[in-house]
Design a protein around this ligand. Sequence first.
Ligand code: SAH
Length: 197
Amino acid sequence: MTLDLELAAKIIWLMFIVGWGIIRYRPNIKSRKVAKTVVSRTLKERFSMVISATGLGYIPLIWIFTDFLDGFDYNSNIVLLVIGTILLLLSLRLFRLTHKALGKMWSHSLDLREDHKLVTSGIYEKIRHPMYTAFWVWAIGAAFLLPNWIAGVSGMIGFGTLFFLRVGQEEEMMRAEFGQEYDEYIKRTSKVFPGIY
Ligand code: SAH
């Protein structure tokens, strides 16, 4: 019996999504209870959230559950499958750590909440945007895991769009709120990948 790598990739990706949903479930409920004091959800921000969800989630789902994208399939191999799986596991670990550190300060979008504190320790000590690191690792992991040219790369394009449109706005919002404390934090941290970016 040969291992059906495409089926394995689909199952692993779906398990990853379930795991991610479980990690986000509680933070979502907790943070919703805390009032927002600043909401910076511009049109650009809303647009980029839709693009990101489409690339990371909806396009792979279309590939998994329909045959629309089958023309773009290629043959996977066990090495790609294993690398993709390891990256997705790493991504889940990073999501868990960032949610733990942000607690009720977390938001899907660009918001500040009542009594918002700047988190600068733990996973936030050397990286300013470790949750975006987790999303990049997700997107890159999916590119290794999913043997389809569209469903594989759509996450990098989708999340990349959100990241580059959002991160400047987010840092501006944080600087407006935390002033010098944030400037100093910027000086001693990397954006997403320690030592690289
Ligand atoms: N960019 C961060 C957080 C993503 S969640 C990361 O990648 O880890 C987005 C929300 O987190 C923003 O609305 C902002 O209010 C909040 N946030 C971002 N960095 C923060 C920090 N260092 N401390 C506290 N809240 C932060």
